[in-house]
Design a protein around this ligand. Structure first.
Ligand code: GRF
Length: 191
């Protein structure tokens, strides 16, 4: 079986836990993909350090005028691109080079609690403030807007009485780690 090559784009400040969960899944013999490269916009990204530590190819595509071109250069050999903690919009040349081939994970049940500025603890706070009785995560295709691309899959978790931002975040994160590899598998099967 020829495995699809994954490019994982992590954030400047990302922990990289989703990147690690994807890398874990790739170690399974029947998983249809392998990590080709992990790329961050800054050299001091904790997620990039974690990737390097794990022995994955880790590269930097620095922010700046030619960010899109540099990112594209790094991602060129990849079949699928996974955003994992990268919080900005992707340059249009990257989206054009990977039509329906860029995935992102969001820590809520889109279309609820998404959009510009909705990331990290802000998302979980919005869920708690709205008194939703469930939350979860969404893996979706990336387009030129925040959190609006077609949904690939969602995983739901309950919001429990007494939950605070931290307890909800950790329940959602555990769901993310299962959802992202499942979504990659689904996209590859549908290709
Ligand atoms: C996750 O909560 C994900 O949903 C969001 O950014 C966070 C990244 O966490 N897009 P990590 O760096 O993968 O641990």
């Amino acid at each position: 079986m020829e495995r699809a090559k994954l490019g994982i784009v992590v954030g400047a400040k990302g922990r990289g836990s989703n990147m690690m969960a994807i890398a874990d899944a790739c170690e399974s013999e029947d998983f249809p993909a392998a990590v080709e490269v992990v790329v961050a916009p800054t050299p001091d990204s904790p997620a990039l350090a974690a990737a390097r530590q794990r022995g994955l190819a880790a590269k930097v595509a620095p922010y700046g005028e030619d960010f899109g071109a540099r990112l594209l250069e790094v991602l060129k050999p990849c079949d699928l691109v996974c955003l994992a903690g990268f919080m900005r919009l992707l340059p249009s040349e990257v989206l054009q080079a990977f039509p329906k081939r860029v995935l992102n994970i969001h820590p809520a049940l889109l279309p609820r609690h998404g959009g510009k500025g909705m990331y990290g603890s802000r998302v979980h706070q919005a869920v708690l403030d709205a008194e939703d009785d469930e939350s979860g995560c969404t893996v979706h295709f990336v387009d030129e807007r925040y959190d609006e691309g077609d949904i690939i899959l969602q995983r739901r978790v309950p919001v429990r009485p007494g939950d605070d931002n931290e307890s909800l975040a950790s329940r959602v994160l555990a769901a993310e780690h299962e959802a992202y590899p499942a979504a990659i598998r689904k996209v590859l099967e549908d290709m």
